[in-house]
Structures are given as C-alpha cells and as structure tokens.
Design a protein around this ligand. Structure first.
Ligand SMILES: NC(=O)C1=CN([C@@H]2O[C@H](COP(=O)(O)OP(=O)(O)OC[C@H]3O[C@@H](n4cnc5c(N)ncnc54)[C@H](OP(=O)(O)O)[C@@H]3O)[C@@H](O)[C@H]2O)C=CC1
Ligand SMILES: CC(=O)N[C@@H](CCC(=O)OP(=O)(O)O)C(=O)O
Length: 317
C-alpha cells in the first residue's frame, strides 16, 4: 500500500524541493493542500492527520503549531525547522552521526532535520571529539559560505528581485555570535561550549562549505592532518553520502581554488582535510538544499519508512 505524504509549507524553498524528490519515489502518494488554504488551520489539521508521514517546511513557530495539531498516533513527522533539533523527545536526523543513529531514526516518529551549517560542522567534528582526539573544551571556530537559497523565499527575492546589482559581494551575518544552529552544533559535536561561528552569504543560488581551523597542539593526542584524514575516512567508510577526500586534497582544487558548488544537485557531502603537523583545516562541502535540507529530509523519510536510503536522491548527479 502507498504511504500518504503531506508537505506543510509546500510552496516554500525546502517544500518545493522535497516535492521534486518525492515525484521520483515509488510507493508514495503525495496529498496536497489547496494553495489558497495553505495557511488555513483546519485544512492543514485535516491533512496532517490523514498522512502517514508529514514534512514540516515552515518557520519554527508554524512547525510547533503543526505538531500540536497532530492527534493521529500513526502520523510520522520530519521537521526541517530549528524548533526540535535539541529536543530530547525528538531524533536528530543525521543518520551518519554514529552507529546507532540510523536505527534510532528508523524507530522514531519525530525526526528533526539538521541545520545546513550544523551538518557541515558536526560531521567533521563529532568523530574527532568522540574518539578523544579533540578535547570537549576545545575552543572551536568555524565559518560557512552559503548560497542565498539557504535564507528561503525572502532572501531569494532580495537577491533576485530587489537589489540584484547591489549584492555582489559576500555578506557575513549573525555577528552577534548567536546563530540559531549553535545549540545543535555544540550538542552533537560533543563540545561543552558552542563554536565561534560566522556564516557568510554570497551572490550565488546554492552550495555550502563549512570551514573549521584546528590547532593539533591543543588536541589530547598527537595527530597530523594526514592522520585526521585517515580517521575520518575510516569513520565514514560505509556511508554512501559522506565522502572523505584523500589527504592530498589540493589536487581537488580547480586552478588553485576550492569549488564549493561541486556537490550541488546531489545528497553528497565531501570532507576535505588540508594542513600539516601544526595546522589543520577541515572543510565540509554540500548542497544546502540537498544534504543541508531537502535531500537530508528525504534520506530520513526513506529510513523511517524502510525504503532503500538512496531512493529519489542524487537525481541530477
Ligand atoms: N532554505 C534552506 O536551505 C533551508 C531551510 N531550512 C528550514 O526549513 C524551513 C522552511 O524554510 P524555507 O523553505 O527556506 O522557507 P521559505 O520561506 O522558502 O518557505 C516557508 C513556507 O512556509 C509557509 N508558511 C509560513 N507560515 C506558515 C503557516 N503559519 N502555515 C502554513 N504555511 C506557512 C510560507 O508561506 P508563503 O508561501 O505564503 O510565504 C512558505 O511557503 C525553515 O524552518 C528553515 O529554517 C532548513 C535547512 C535549509
Ligand atoms: C543564508 C541563510 O540565511 N541561511 C540560513 C540557514 C538555513 C538553514 O539551515 O536553516 P535552518 O536552521 O533554518 O533550518 C541561516 O543561516 O539562518
């Protein structure tokens, strides 16, 4: 029997992309709300309770409201917002986090999709903290370069319609050092304080690279950049969406430059390890609309419904 799926927020950036993926997946029946009723409480409530699985692609407050409307115990929920990512009654939707997480997701009915910047930070840091290389009190920093689609419809229209010619230069933001991803970055990396994190949005549509500088002299064990690459490669060796690039990563540069759009239109995330004995630079590269949002949401759905994890993903790869 087909699984009924409803996307609350179907006309937003994440919701539209999820629909694109869903159209390639068999055994799914997508149920839709009339466009003019997409914010109507009763209409949403009916579909939220009719579906076997719902995606919430909404601002945090609307996500909380949707969850409160669900009374059908069979409805599974995948939320793309920040609302429940560090809520202990929800499961963090990063299957690659550790060996039990995929199974946790499969058995959960409430899964929170990680934030895009947080995904890049956690996949690079978690294995190193968990294996006792990086101490939990390490003073972590990172910055993330992202395309403007990460800011949803409002930022897209700002870039595409309103100020096209004035927004050519990259723009750092969240300089109050209080970005909404900090709690999940700290919790799932396993650190006892959040990193100093500066995101930077630039004038291109999609693609994200999270960069983490590290000083091995502050580690608990003596390791070089090459050792770190080996460790990460071993940690993710069975993962189909996370690729740890060989240590000689400079060979992957293009004319000497890093191309942060190379994972676009896939659900892949590439981890690069640059550096030497004294300094290390980890870079996670992914599509903010792929592994950073809608692709990750679909991967979680596949796991929750017992489908092959890759169904519908990497459609344009
Ligand atoms: N874009 C990205 O790369 C990522 C986004 N996210 C998260 O996913 C969620 C959705 O983001 P995104 O798709 O970018 O945002 P958008 O602004 O593009 O879309 C949000 C959608 O939600 C609708 N909406 C707003 N309020 C309500 C409501 N009360 N009831 C029903 N629908 C409502 C909007 O309606 P209308 O069409 O009228 O505007 C819009 O279609 C957010 O929590 C965001 O933080 C997570 C990871 C990455
Ligand atoms: C360019 C831009 O504004 N990007 C968003 C991140 C999008 C994302 O991952 O967001 P959620 O946590 O909302 O799910 C931001 O930094 O807030």
């Amino acid at each position: 029997m087909k699984q009924k799926v409803f996307v609350d927020g179907q006309e937003g950036t994440t919701g539209l992309k999820i629909h694109e993926y869903l159209s390639k997946i068999p055994n799914i029946e997508v149920i839709q709300i009339d466009s003019d009723k997409r914010k109507d409480y009763e209409a949403r409530k009916a579909l939220l309770n009719e579906a076997d699985l719902v995606f919430l692609c909404l601002p945090d407050s609307a996500s909380r409201e949707s969850v409160s409307m669900i009374s059908n115990p069979k409805t599974k929920v995948i939320d793309a917002s920040t609302a429940f990512r560090t809520d202990s009654t929800w499961t963090y939707g990063l299957p690659e986090l550790h060996k039990d997480q995929r199974n946790n997701i499969h058995h959960s009915s409430r899964v929170a999709v990680p934030g895009c910047h947080a995904t890049g930070f956690i996949v690079a840091m978690h294995p190193l903290v968990a294996q006792g290389i990086i101490p939990i009190d390490y003073p972590a920093t990172c910055y993330s370069l992202t395309g403007y689609s990460g800011g949803g419809k409002k930022l897209i229209s700002e870039y595409e319609d309103l100020k096209k010619d004035q927004l050519f230069a990259p723009r750092p933001y969240s300089l109050g050092l209080n970005h909404k991803h900090l709690p999940e970055m700290q919790l799932y990396a396993g650190l006892n304080a959040p990193p100093i994190f500066t995101p930077i949005v630039a004038n291109y549509f999609q693609g994200d690279a999270v960069t983490i500088p590290l000083f091995p002299r502050l580690f608990k064990k003596k390791v070089t950049a090459s050792n770190v690459q080996e460790l990460l490669a071993s940690y993710y060796k069975d993962e189909r969406f996370i690729r740890v690039i060989p240590y000689d990563s400079e060979a992957y540069l293009e004319d000497g430059y890093f191309n942060l759009t190379r994972c676009n239109h896939t659900n892949n995330l590439d981890i690069f390890v640059f550096g030497h004995e004294d300094q290390i630079l980890l870079v996670s590269r992914f599509d903010n609309l792929g592994k950073g949002a809608s692709g990750a949401a679909i991967q979680n759905m596949n796991i929750m419904l017992g489908f092959d994890e890759g169904v519908g993903l990497n459609i344009e790869a």
